[in-house]
Design a binder for this molecule. Structure first.
Ligand SMILES: Cc1cc2nc3c(=O)[nH]c(=O)nc-3n(C[C@H](O)[C@H](O)[C@H](O)COP(=O)(O)OP(=O)(O)OC[C@H]3O[C@@H](n4cnc5c(N)ncnc54)[C@H](O)[C@@H]3O)c2cc1C
Length: 381
């Protein structure tokens, strides 16, 4: 079958690999002049990592295996500790990556796969779908025909808008804004996310001693950024432990700044046009599962196409994905809200509850997120 995949992000590249593995011919359209990973770092939980490894992506050579995920108070006191070393025996490693390096590993796997034709400077502009196929028009005016189209073109998906128009789920501002950076020489060896009311800082060790940082705070949509460094010092004051004096240790303002938006609810496509990844279900990053869900989508979509053919695959794919993704999306939204509580009584209760929760319950909770993804691979050989 001939498939056009629009978008060369983590979702589109995974989808191209999953389809090519099953013998389909893929034209991957990327609007940029080359693969570009926007963002500083990323964590891939085992559910995504195992799928990508099955798709022949070499994660181990670019990823940093994580041993632990800690949630702490601002002063560094640990509220919740997730021991990933224990989970590794059953789930395999969770990795952190510098985003460009993960993208290079994905692109290398695409380069080695048979049947994937990558086209850069190729923005999809519109399409016409019928009962027998899809005709795609690029911004350049070029046209191409395919049996099906997959829109993996991100949060502001052209394919989603063209397909659903006013019926498309709206974007939803999460109430928080986020700065990201990769820093050298901070000496942070364990992943930590520290909560301090309206402010939250995360630090994730990467390969070669680097640290991926995210600084998040509650803010109006498009609020002006604090000044550097004084405004940042004020906005992210009161952090101790390994994050003590972080703003001063950074040297310059974090280069990436985004208001965090999500899609209000998932949309999976219709007829011969499917949506995947952020185009289908952009979610807040609070559970570190947005890209992981895109990778799982890719695997399931390829299965659905083989099982139900080009006319039935979207319904099958949506049925297989909706409940799982919606749960993760809503859990992520709730987790973010709880992390930014400011009421002192609520915060004290939350912190006491987290500290009293035995570690094995935290591991069980994480397993409930990860294991359905691992189960996708179970029947495959
Ligand atoms: C702050 C932050 C931290 C995060 N941390 C994590 C994490 O730790 N773990 C995790 O699993 N997830 C995380 N996520 C979520 C994750 O980044 C996304 O879910 C994931 O990158 C989405 O991939 P995608 O391929 O669906 O979309 P995108 O990455 O947006 O890729 C879309 C691609 O489509 C291209 N494109 C757009 N329009 C067109 C067009 N018209 N024609 C052709 N191409 C087009 C774009 O150039 C781009 O290459 C985080 C997100 C944020 C914002």
């Amino acid at each position: 079958m001939k498939v056009v995949v629009a978008g060369g992000g983590i979702g589109g590249l995974s989808c191209a690999l999953a389809l090519a593995r099953r013998g389909h011919g893929v034209v991957l359209l990327e609007r940029a002049a080359r693969f570009e990973a926007v963002g500083a770092g990323i964590i891939l939980a085992p559910n995504a990592a195992r799928v990508l490894e099955r798709l022949a992506v070499d994660l181990a050579s670019v990823g940093h295996p994580l041993d632990v995920l800690n949630v702490t108070r601002a002063d560094g006191c640990v509220l919740q500790r997730l021991d990933l070393v224990t989970l590794r025996a059953t789930q395999g490693a969770a990795y952190s990556f510098a985003r460009p390096e993960l993208h290079e590993a994905l692109a290398a796997a695409v380069g080695h796969a048979r049947g994937i034709d990558v086209r850069f400077d190729a923005a999809i502009a519109s399409f016409v779908a019928s009962a027998v196929g899809v005709r795609v028009t690029l911004a350049s005016g070029d046209e191409l025909a395919a049996d099906i189209l997959v829109g993996a073109d991100g949060l502001h998906s052209t394919v989603r808008t063209a397909l659903l128009g006013d019926a498309a789920p709206p974007l939803r501002y999460s109430g928080v804004t986020c700065w990201r950076a990769v820093a050298e020489g901070l000496g942070i060896t364990e992943t930590v996310e520290a909560w301090n009311g309206a402010a939250r800082i995360g630090a994730v060790p990467l390969t070669r001693g680097r640290t991926y940082l995210f600084l998040v705070r509650s803010a109006e949509r498009r609020a002006p950024a604090p000044t550097w460094p004084d405004g940042f010092r004020d906005a992210f004051t009161g952090f101790g432990g390994v994050l003590q004096g972080l703003v001063d240790r950074l040297g310059s303002a974090p280069p990436l700044h985004h208001d965090l938006e999500e899609l209000d609810r998932p949309a999976w496509g219709a007829g011969r046009v499917a949506l995947l990844g952020d185009a289908a279900h952009a979610m807040t990053p609070n559970q570190g599962q947005g890209a992981a869900m895109a990778v799982e989508d890719a695997w399931v979509l390829a299965d659905a196409l083989d099982a139900a053919g080009p006319s039935g695959f979207v319904a099958r794919y949506a049925a297989a994905r909706h409940d799982r993704v919606r749960r993760v999306q809503l859990d992520s939204r709730r987790f973010g809200a709880v992390a930014h509580w400011t009421n002192p009584v609520a915060v004290a209760l939350r912190n006491a509850l987290l500290r009293a929760t035995p570690e094995h319950l935290g591991r069980a909770q994480y397993a409930r997120v990860v294991e359905p993804g691992l189960a996708l691979l179970g029947a495959d050989c």
